[in-house]
Design a protein around this ligand. Sequence first.
Ligand code: NDP
Ligand code: 2IT
Length: 453
Amino acid sequence: MSVSKYVDKVLEKIVEETPGQTEFYQAVEEVLHSLSPLLEAEPKYDDFNILERIVIPERTIIFRVVWLDDAGKIQTNMGYRVEFNSAIGPYKGGLRFHPSVNLGIIKFLGFEQIFKNSLTGLNIGGGKGGSNFDPKGKSENEIMKFCQAFMSELYRHIGETKDIPAGDIGVGARELGYMFGQYKRLTGTFEGILTGKGLNWGGSLVRKEATGFGSVYFAEEMFNKRGDSLKGKLASVSGSGNVATYTIQKLYDMEAIPVTCSDSRGMIYHKSGINLDTLKIIKEVDRKCLSEYAKLHKDATYIPVHQYPEGRNAVWSVPVQAAFPSATQNELNLEDVKTLHKNGCQLICEGANMPSTLAAVDYIVNSDILYGPAKAANAGGVATSQLEMSQNASMQKWSFADVDNKLRTIMKSIFNISYETSKEFNDEGNLVLGANIAGFRKVADSMIDQGAV
Ligand code: NDP
Ligand code: 2IT
């Protein structure tokens, strides 16, 4: 069978067997299509049925989460943990709490995580979990109750050499703390079963900053390869959570000027540069809406979502040289990319998971824009999670500079392996192809070594 027929057959099979999982199909389609040159060169992946196997999670856990709200009423949510692939290490990946969460979204994230984790060069498999719980508008007590209820089921499936969750949208240090406490209460053990832990109880320095820092290190590698750098460049960032905040911080370190940020309700354009202290107070401390920012900085503009142009994200209409989508999936479409390009954007670096639609990716890859695909560019978070696991296992605590240097080295090596792989397959600089093939090859070869499992 020809490679394209083989890929189409696998795609058709997942649509038939797992109906309605749109985001999952999107992630699979992007990966499988870019693997074609490898599959042509190496028939063994077809012989060993790797594609059919790799698109099915090893285990999918779906559970009921029952908790008591402040009014004493019983509430229910869906809980998920998809243990996707353990060929190269224990399942590793974050937990997302957001009302949009469903099995298809968790599966797209888990699928991406397999190749991302492989690219880090570390021994971590791929997994992801979460809930359709909406933390917005909940009291501190309700957040704790929910986290405890969620861990009351999850605890039996995880373990420090088995499956190690972390944060993602809606899950940060606070939620991880409540979940860790509940795990300890249920098992009576103090173990590194989560990463992103508080610094007093086993967390690693730099984990909080790692995804954003890593994404900017990756962007700098891309510019350097072209004999250029971030210095002096205007940058747009979407989101205002963990990834966006530390992307903005590192952009300043690199002497670039981040001029935008956003949340689900609107965006800020601050021509002289986003004020990092204000952003952290509004989002990390007070957990408020970004409209508060414009009240404190009269020269900044706030545009609410209902005033965005039809189907578009206003962040991408700001003229910049570098763009960092760092909020959520499919936040950058074909029209957005064309606008960025027309306005002189030279680089797009994905802090979020799958922020660009398939049409947008296609356009970028065929343009002169430097493109850091998510699974390469945002791998700094999970890589530093593994550094946290290493410190836990060896009962050590490394300094900020130590971890940051390791993170920078890892991002450099992810760039290099993605770049070199793109060259090997005669498509120099196509990091979508390079990252997908490099990430896939290590996992697929390990699956072959381990037999029919
Ligand atoms: P946070 O919850 O800290 O922040 C998410 C940000 O994105 C918030 O500003 C949120 O706005 C905004 N946002 C979320 N959903 C939407 C939406 N549907 N439309 C518009 N804005 C939205 O999450 P993170 O910063 O951790 O995650 C951001 C992205 O980065 C995600 O794609 C995540 O998967 C990815 N990622 C995260 C890593 C990590 O270590 N945390 C590692 C690698 C990737 P609001 O506050 O209004 O909800
Ligand atoms: O998407 C991701 O890589 C994360 N949310 C971080 C996962 C982790 O285990 O640190």
